[in-house]
Design a protein. Sequence first.
Length: 158
Amino acid sequence: AADAAASAGMTMVLNPAPARPLGDEVLRRGPVLTPNEGEATALSGEEDAERAARALGERTGAAVVVTLGARGALVVDGGRATVLDAYRVDAVDTTGAGDAFNGVLGARLARGLSLDEALPYALAGAALAVTVAGAREGMASSERIDAVVARGSWDGSD
């Protein structure tokens, strides 16, 4: 899959969960890694999220997005490190938040958005996912995600 994505010029998103050693044959294809904080430290050996992301980025040559739960996401892309705030929601069940984040991120990248453009949608998808019990039940529609991003917040009405 990594070879096919690279050959087609596609951006590959790799969520290394659960954390386990990542083979160089995949990493050399330059996937955007999306570990959570614990996975990033386990994979890199670094205790600090930014240092962990930088170490992982050196291995891939691509951006690393460390998801931080209710604190948002840390994006390390080259020399730039940015923290994007999470949308504030009343969390009911965090099961599936990472899956929602990665699914929305991949879908928006596939639509031609840049990583910076796609991340607010991924954060909105993850935020909406935690407002409902159950991983499948929490997956939001594109319309709901678009509404949250357009408003810049979640008001519980969607």
